[in-house]
Write a protein that binds this ligand. Sequence first.
Ligand code: ASP
Length: 431
Amino acid sequence: MIVSKFGGSSVADADQIKKVRAILEGDERRRIAIVSAPGKRNKDDDKITDLLYKCNSLVQKGLTCRPVFNEISKRFIQIAQKLKIDDVRLSERLDDIRCMIDAGRGADYAASRGEYLSALIISEYLGWEFLDAEEAIVINQDSTVNDSTYRRLADKLDPEKRYVIPGFYGETEQGVIKTFTRGGSDITGSIVARAVGAELYENWTDVSGIYRADPRVVADAAVNTELSYKEVRELSDVGATVFHEEAIAPIYGIGIPIVVKNTNRPEDPGTRIVPESNDFGATAVSSVKGFSRIRIRKLMLFKKYGVRHALLTMLHVFGIRPSYSLFGIDSIVWFFDSKMASDSVCQAMCERLKKEFELDSIEVDHGHAIVGVVGDGMSSSDAYLESVIALKESGIDTTFVNYGASDTSVLFGVKEEQADDAVRAIYGRLF
Ligand code: ASP
């Protein structure tokens, strides 16, 4: 059996959903479809999920969500009309959902309704069963999947039937609707693939696979034919958004292969993601922007393990969880996502830490990016050396290097405005 997940662009309007049907009907083994909420139809369009979050924010501010919700309703009604669906009591359901959002059911409930309605319409259009994710997928408080999910799914899914399941959400053990993080329908797809022991998990999107670099940065970037699970996780962590990094976890020890394919060009082979790859060396380069840096100096800091530990605890108190660390004998550098702390929080944190730990200095600056070169067997390839040469030749200075923590990636810190140039320079040299 094949489990096929369709992302937001693949279900953005009725014409896209017709392509989905052609794909599903093209192979008998495709028996379960996981769908996202309708995404953007063009680059200026809104994603339904973004509109739903907006509805919830309006309600939090004491306003009604009605005007924004009307846009959502219009889109779903248009899709249903074009697909000639009139059996799902759409207007009634839309009214109920709007009332619930206005009554303050919260962000997760609001956001989940995009996938819910999308799956309902598509199941009707295909003549397949609808299985509500709420009935089968149990999500823990920390957004990981609860193990009871696999049993529940296996119990609910009859192998003789075909199903459409909404992605992105489930419910907590207490029965409250909860979503995964953004892009989380990929995770639902993996969970379902594992529960039914799928021979293949197809992930249908609007690009023909996972590129060696973001094509918006490197116009002629090539597509990878095959990547390993580890490579995909590392790549998503450094900004490649095609496949959710947490979506590998449910099938990690099981080994179900994944293929990322293009709904608009189903004949393209796409990228296969397999447990282990036979290819060693660099496979892709990517970057993620929006990091801030904390630099701390204190004589003999290296000897004072307790102080290092206490400093980190204090950062957590200010809401900062560093992604990368560097330790010197008298210094520490941490990089963290800039969204974690405003300027005033950073300032308060610096003042408090300086005083409490009698630091020689503490500074925070912004505008950093992480560039990651990804590929299994990194330590035995020349990719690291070649990347350093590429950066040097392009006049790009690095603020840190992370080599050896994983055999699947090497990371460079660069100034944000040089991140794209860094990706182009490394791509040019390696591929
Ligand atoms: N609709 C959700 C989002 O936009 C989840 C998904 O598409 O995977 O993040």
